[in-house]
Design a protein around this ligand. Sequence first.
Ligand code: GLU
Length: 474
Amino acid sequence: MTVITRFAPSPTGFLHIGGARTALFNWLFARHHGGRFLLRIEDTDRQRSTTEAIDAILDGLRWLGLEWDGEPVFQSARAARHAEVAHQLLAEGKAYYCYCTQEELQAMRDEARAAGRPVRYDGRWRDRDPSEAPTDVPPVVRVKAPQVGETVIEDLVQGEVRIANEQLDDMVLLRADGTPTYMLSVVVDDHDMGITHVIRGDDHLTNAFRQLQLYNAMDWTAPIFAHIPLIHGPDGAKLSKRHGALGVEAYRDMGYLPEALRNYLLRLGWAHGDEEIIDTEQAIAWFDLDGVGRSPSRFDFAKLGNLNGHYLRAADDARLVDLVLPRLERRLDGMPDAAARTRLFLGMPGLKARAKTLEELADNAVFYARSRPLPMSEKALDLLTPEARARLDRLAALLAEVEDWTEAAVEEKIRQLVDAEGVKLGQVAQPLRAALTGSTTSPGLFEVMAVLGRDETLARLGDARRVGEARTVN
Ligand code: GLU
């Protein structure tokens, strides 16, 4: 059997983090089994389904690297097929027209509530002679659901789950205007798409019973169900925006890498021993539904940050330059020039070792990307005292002698100055950092100097002296 899974989002909002995890699990399961992963856009709610939302979902999946096989299926385009199935059930006596008016249904609900019974359609048109049908009420089509016995699902995550059939009523398949209901559409689409495994959030578990009854009515083989527990916030409450219930594009904007988010989402509800860092290739090799836990997982930003730091360190430097450039453009109000890009590339090993997100990386990288003269923070300016500037002048003279500009060579010159003047390293290093970066924090100074190169280093030292002087005079 070829495994065929699907992701079936309703495009009423962005691809949120829970949906992304569902998509990932379906994608991994299909890839693990050498099967197919299909995409179905459940856009039957025409009012609420927008093209922006559809695009955001497709973009989000692409960004996450969860490519689907074949063309997406649009559920709204298949309404005629859904209706055809309802009519087949009617013809086979497995569905019937129900002519209840809204008032009758309301009365049924009121009565049930007053008697403390669950609200269920009482089946009053199930066996009634159609000759009694009123002519002024457009009927709905209802399925003849089994009234005795049980419906049992062998769920790959939840285990065996069962419900007494008397608890389910005869649900509507076609509305009075002839449009199919969601429950009918899902079953017909999953069947026609040849879906073998339905992996989705456990908020759909109760739907699965009704869906299984429809498969049975049609004599279709039902897919295997796997209902995964929802994602909760760190405090165990339902995931809210504050907790991270955002669209995947928000994670992209915050500076997470798709491979880090994939790894993180995988671990939200799935485990392979104690492994935390699982790259996608490894995930494909290991993924199975036995590894899905039965209790809700908790979203944890700190964990995501740590994973992202790991994937940043592992990422290719040129790729990170590309990813960080638009973020720098926003900070600098312009694209860094070619020389700045070279500095970014050379500085990337040091930068990526210290950042948890691309945003943080961009903040730390700004001083490489700026063209001279650098703006200085107040704290940096404070360090450029007349004494410190005089010392930087003497350092500049020593550095000018360096021919082979390496970390080791610049370090040697700095140590030489420290020894000659009998000062502490910090007394040179702090104003030097201020001069070269405009701030009081940066990657290691020798590394920074090696990346900047001789000319840029000496030029920035000269700039700093002028800025410092101007400030002292004021
Ligand atoms: N369209 C449904 C949703 O977005 C999913 C339906 C399903 O997976 O069966 O929640």
